[in-house]
Design a protein around this ligand. Structure first.
Ligand code: FMN
Length: 304
């Protein structure tokens, strides 16, 4: 497959490891080299280190998991000092995932990332359901999405990808707000707000009460949202949510995604992305269409 140019970046293949499931690109070295990926998104990073939420904060569910990690991370200074030197040795597209509670902190974080040459793009997380402030609060409002995206675009020297929340009534409206504010690409979906009750203790099982559902259980919802966003905007889409096979990935491409992301499946089968990439290339060949013709083809097939 030819490389894919999206948002001014060149991806060797359409597969991206999703934020929060791939550490700082050094977690899966026992299984494969990150250069086999089109790109990877680092764990969400904030200005200061964060401890995240207390346990229980991860629960397995039928065909998925619920997490309420609460954006535990090492903070920007340690990212620069301890993790960037390894990332500098890599060649695939490196995307930083940013989290802040206020616009001003998002701006400060963006300015810090501007200084890191090896980071190719930023993904702004305005869709985390597991933190008290910031996160999803921004991403469920078109006005806030527009305001934040506009301000970050003003200072960012790198392409800006806005990561959308599925926890909204009309995802097309939020996508349009991000596009209108100058976003270079959109990424969707983040996890779906969910909860589990422990029937023995009769309490919510997560200390945070609610968490975010991910994994194969959410795939059809994510495909639907990518399909809707493709109709609403013309900027590129990174689509994901529950992908665990080449065929799953192909669904996202046909719905309108230019690139696809794999998250939770990394925990289930840590060596799998390179295998899926090979299978995906074969699946694409079997269709007799070029990769670029397959992007959004379900819309065109539907209207003929
Ligand atoms: C344990 C865990 C941590 C995550 N951390 C982040 C994060 O820091 N920033 C972010 O934007 N998304 C985060 N996500 C969301 C994933 O990147 C992805 O959007 C979501 O899980 C749906 O894809 P999947 O079903 O393939 O996992 C996290 C997901 C999981 C399961």
């Amino acid at each position: 497959m030819k490389s894919i140019k999206t948002a001014g970046l060149i991806f060797a293949n359409p597969f991206i490891a999703a934020s929060g499931t791939f550490g700082y690109a050094d977690s899966y070295l026992d299984f494969y080299h990150p250069d086999l990926l089109g790109g990877f998104v680092l764990k969400g990073i904030s200005l200061e280190p964060r401890k995240g939420n207390p346990p229980m904060r991860i629960i397995e569910t039928p065909s998925g998991m619920i997490n309420a990690i609460g954006l535990e991370n090492i903070g920007i200074e340690r990212l620069i000092k301890d993790k960037i030197p390894f990332i500098e040795t890599l060649h695939s597209v490196a995307i930083a995932n940013l989290y802040a509670e206020t616009k001003d902190d998002f701006i400060k974080l963006t300015e810090k990332i501007n200084e890191i040459k090896r980071i190719d793009a930023i993904e702004i997380n305005i869709s985390c359901p597991n933190v008290k402030s910031g996160g999803m609060q921004f991403g469920v409002s078109p006005k806030m999405t527009e305001y934040l995206t506009k301000n970050i675009k003003k200072v960012s020297s790198k392409p800006v990808i806005v990561k959308l929340s599925p926890n909204v009534a009309d995802i097309g409206e939020i996508a349009k707000a991000a596009e209108g504010a100058g976003a270079d690409a959109l990424s969707l979906i983040n996890t779906i707000s969910a909860m589990i009750i422990d029937t023995k203790t009769m309490l919510p099982a997560l200390a945070n009460v609610t968490g975010g559902l991910s994994g194969p259980a959410i795939l059809p919802i994510a495909v639907r949202m990518v399909y809707q966003v493709y109709e609403a905007v013309s900027i590129p889409i990174i689509g994901g949510g529950g992908i665990s096979s080449a065929n799953d990935a192909l669904q996202f491409v046909m719905a309108g995604a230019s690139l696809v992301s794999i998250g939770t499946y990394n925990f289930i089968s840590p060596a799998s992305i390179p295998v899926i990439i090979k299978q995906f290339n074969n699946e694409v060949k079997k269709t007799d269409y070029s990769y670029s013709d397959l992007i959004g083809i379900a819309h065109r097939q539907h209207s003929t």
